[in-house]
Ligand binder design. Structure first.
Ligand code: TYD
Length: 210
């Protein structure tokens, strides 16, 4: 099973990814937890370029190609081998992030984005994608709290509210288009409620039914 988590910055993905991993561990399911950009040594180097706040002058197409390069390496080195080995893979962001974020930035290059996503993923499509949905203001507030803890912001996190609103609605539109795969979870709910909802979705897939 390939399970992906998506949502705007500050939607609570990281917390829910670790809670999800814990559920699988309890059940004795062997899993790999990973993320994009990153997930491999090469990918972490690419992530460094992409999220470096000195790189605001990155050309949008260069940015798109770096995400695609990161993903191709990630799928080839980590995701596909893990799935072939019968493991569950939990991925914090995947190709939907490119559709939404780079789509919002690059707009008319939709076909190119689709082509790159298709090629980079080598046919590894998520079985379930959790969209942790919350208003942009909520995500930004949570993020501000996190920033007070880990001083410094990355390049994306400097973007304005309007951008986050656009990303949120981009994800909701995508979830509406691919209803079979997406599960929208209201991530304004307390952390335990969100975790419970995720568990409910996943329970039919667990040994002994959850
Ligand atoms: P992430 O580390 O998941 O940030 P956060 O924990 O704040 O959500 O992702 C970093 C940024 O990378 C995020 O703002 C979205 C962006 N991104 C893209 O623009 N395209 C992509 O394909 C991916 C995977 C991420």
């Amino acid at each position: 099973m390939l399970i992906t988590f998506e949502g705007i910055d500050g939607c609570g993905k990281s917390t829910q990814v670790s809670r999800f991993e814990a559920i699988l561990r309890e059940r004795g399911i062997s899993s790999v937890v990973t993320r994009e950009p990153g997930g491999t040594k090469i990918g972490e180097a690419i992530r460094g370029i992409l999220l470096n706040s000195d790189n605001t002058h990155i050309v949008p197409l260069a940015e798109l190609f770096l995400y695609a390069a990161d993903r191709a390496q990630h799928v080839g080195e980590v995701i596909r081998p893990a799935l072939e080995g019968g493991k569950w893979v939990i991925c914090d962001r995947y190709f939907d992030a490119t559709t939404v974020y780079q789509g919002a930035i690059l707009g008319h290059h939709e076909e190119l984005i689709e082509l790159l996503n298709r090629e980079a993923t080598l046919g590894c499509e998520p079985d379930i994608t959790f969209l942790l949905d919350c208003p942009a203001e909520v995500g930004l507030k949570r993020r501000a709290k996190r920033e007070m803890r880990d001083k410094g912001r990355d390049r994306f996190e400097r973007k304005a509210l309007d951008f986050h609103i656009k990303i949120r609605y981009g994800y909701l539109a995508l979830a509406n288009k691919y209803r079979d795969r997406f599960r929208i979870i209201d991530s304004t709910l307390p952390e335990d409620h969100v975790a419970r909802k995720i568990r409910e979705v996943i329970s039919p897939y667990l040994p002994d039914n959850g």
